[in-house]
Design a protein around this ligand. Structure first.
Ligand SMILES: NC(=O)C1=CN([C@@H]2O[C@H](COP(=O)(O)OP(=O)(O)OC[C@H]3O[C@@H](n4cnc5c(N)ncnc54)[C@H](O)[C@@H]3O)[C@@H](O)[C@H]2O)C=CC1
Ligand SMILES: O=C(O)C(=O)COP(=O)(O)O
Length: 529
């Protein structure tokens, strides 16, 4: 197999290049490419992986051209520059490095707070201009002030910790912050209105989502305390920049420090030029330490995925460690094949699919296995679906996906059952993985069998009557089809029976129709795996 190829299209630390190479991944380092979307679109089709920071915008248009792409790695935290639904729909894993730059970014927010409180940038410019305006700059003390943190996750929590070290009172608004965690962090959890009314300084640390966009709107700004200072080191778009400018002009807001802007690169912005505004060009993560951390980590994660199938910190797929990957692999194949079996037999509208895990397999990454089963199920109907995209494709089509785990209670250490409910019927198939690592099908619609999955198979359900096997074999023989393996199952003598037959090569047209005419045959279907 040729080595996987990765394109680095943003200014990652060159440390990443070394890691990729050491791990058998070819790497193309073009740190400015992300800014040129046409060139990126022109070459992205050659790569299995794309490593980015915030300058590369991975839009659905870029993804349409990314025919070989398997993984996008964000050397940093925010993935709002990636169209995640579009990546997921194309089966591309999107991973980030959720902690590598959080201390550095929190430190930047604290630095911005001091810059605002003591007007350091303006004082610096004035001093170096030879003005010595000692009376112009009158700061405010940080000690004893109330810091309002909007979004108290990884970065917000570090900011809270540092602020407490500075003897500030810390209040936080974050709907997902548990009272226990708030207590642990020593912050007072409050509603947004209370934060706005009480904070002397507000700092934002939420991702940009439809819920957080414009969280500091004109109305919200109007509810803040007079003389408040506002820091945004999270994402442009969280604050209404025009309304903030007006509030600065009126003197209601005493100062603002922004690292991120609604349009980036921010070559102009409503906040620019105000004497109490401090700006940096998206430098939150820009320290040598943080950049090394995120570059090394993303290169490791992407290499592990491309070479070993391990998944860490994916925002659109469950994690699978490098140790788990080989153990999971045969079960992924099993789940996909069971799903495929059910999908190939499905002729009417799919309503729901239930995947049941019994025994040892119940302790594995069942979410990944369920995605594989759904991918296998949908593939006979939709060619472009894979393990990553399957859950979202199913959801889009209104197919309910359920997962159940149970204790082992049968002959097998592990048993996976895929049950498909269509408009007409419910059908289950079960399988396991034997010690040889090969997936086997062990139960079809409650009838026990023991069959392997083969590239070309015929499935027959029939009444258990003498003469069927002879006629069936003759029909195939007459058509020049060689039987490779033959697995039979039935519920009771004379009851319902099934045959799962592996044949060499394609089943010629017309053969299935002839099988269908054998007395007692209810259904005959070709299957491919
Ligand atoms: N300026 C820069 O260079 C950098 C900026 N960032 C930005 O900082 C953001 C935060 O990063 P982390 O703390 O690591 O993320 P995180 O996911 O650990 O924390 C985000 C917090 O926001 C909270 N949240 C979500 N929706 C909310 C809402 N509607 N109202 C209030 N809180 C809400 C979440 O519950 C979570 O606790 C990132 O999403 C990224 O956009 C991150 C790194 C560098
Ligand atoms: O990690 C993040 O979310 C950041 O915003 C850092 O962005 P950058 O990698 O410096 O372009």
């Amino acid at each position: 197999m040729p080595a996987p190829r990765v394109l680095i299209s943003d200014a990652l630390s060159p440390a990443a290049v070394q890691i990729f190479k050491e791990r058998g991944v070819e790497v193309d380092f073009q740190p400015d490419l992300g800014k040129d979307k046409d060139r990126l679109a022109a070459i992205i089709g050659q790569y299995d992986g794309l490593a980015i920071r915030s300058a590369t915008k991975v839009t659905s248009k870029i993804l349409e051209r990314a025919s070989a792409l398997k993984v996008i790695g964000r050397a940093g935290i925010g993935v709002d520059n990636v169209d995640i639904p579009a990546a997921t729909a194309r089966g591309v894993i999107v991973m980030n490095t959720p902690f590598g730059n959080s201390i550095t970014t929190a430190e930047h927010a604290i630095a911005m707070m001091f810059a605002l409180a003591r007007e350091i940038p303006a004082a610096d410019a004035s001093t170096q201009a030879g003005k010595w305006e000692k009376n112009r700059f009158m700061g405010v003390e940080i000690t004893g002030k109330t810091l309002g943190i909007i979004g108290c996750g990884n970065i917000g929590a570090i900011v809270a910790d540092r602020a407490q070290g500075l003897h500030m009172r810390v209040i936080a608004f974050d709907p997902f912050l548990s009272p226990e965690r708030a207590l642990d962090l020593g912050v007072e959890k409050v509603e947004l209105d209370e934060l706005l009314a009480r904070a002397d300084i507000i700092t934002l640390h939420t991702p940009l989502t439809e819920k957080t966009r414009n969280i500091l709107s004109a109305e919200a700004l109007a509810r803040t305390k007079k003389g408040v200072r506002i820091i945004n080191c999270a994402r442009g778009g969280l604050v209404d920049e025009v309304a903030l400018r007006a509030a600065l002009e009126s003197g209601h807001v005493a100062g603002a420090a922004f690292d991120v802007f609604s349009t980036e690169p921010a070559l102009e912005n409503p906040l620019f030029g105000h004497p109490h505004v401090v700006c940096t060009p998206h430098l939150g993560a820009a320290t040598t330490e943080a950049q090394e951390n995120v570059a090394l980590q993303i290169a490791e994660q992407m290499s592990d995925y491309l070479t070993k199938g391990a998944i860490q910190n994916a925002v659109n797929f469950p994690s699978i460690t490098a140790e788990e990957a080989p153990r999971l692999k045969p079960f992924i194949a099993l789940a996909e094949k069971l799903g495929s079996f059910a999908g190939q037999l499905t002729e009417t509208g799919l309503k729901s699919v239930r995947v049941t895990y019994q025994g040892e397999v119940a302790g594995m990454k069942t979410k990944a296995l369920t995605s594989a089963a759904v991918a296998g199920l949908l593939r006979p109907m939709l060619a472009e679906v894979n393990v990553v995209s399957a859950p979202s494709v199913a959801k889009e089509r209104g197919i309910v996906v359920e997962e159940m785990t149970r204790e082992q209670d049968g002959d097998y250490d592990s048993l996976v059952t895929v049950t498909v409910v269509t408009e007409k019927q419910e059908r289950s198939v079960s399988g396991t993985v034997f010690a040889d690592g090969k997936p086997r099908i062990v139960d079809i619609k409650g009838l026990k069998v023991d069959g392997e999955f083969a590239p070309s198979m015929i499935y027959v359900s029939n009444e258990d009557k003498p003469g069927f096997i002879g006629r069936f074999a003759t029909t195939l023989g007459d058509a020049g089809v060689n039987i490779a393996t033959f697995a039979l199952g039935r519920d009771r003598p004379g009851g319902s029976a099934i045959a799962l037959v592996e044949v060499d090569g394609e089943v010629p047209p017309g053969v299935l129709a002839r099988i269908q005419t054998i007395p007692g045959v209810k259904q005959a279907k070709p299957l491919r795996f």
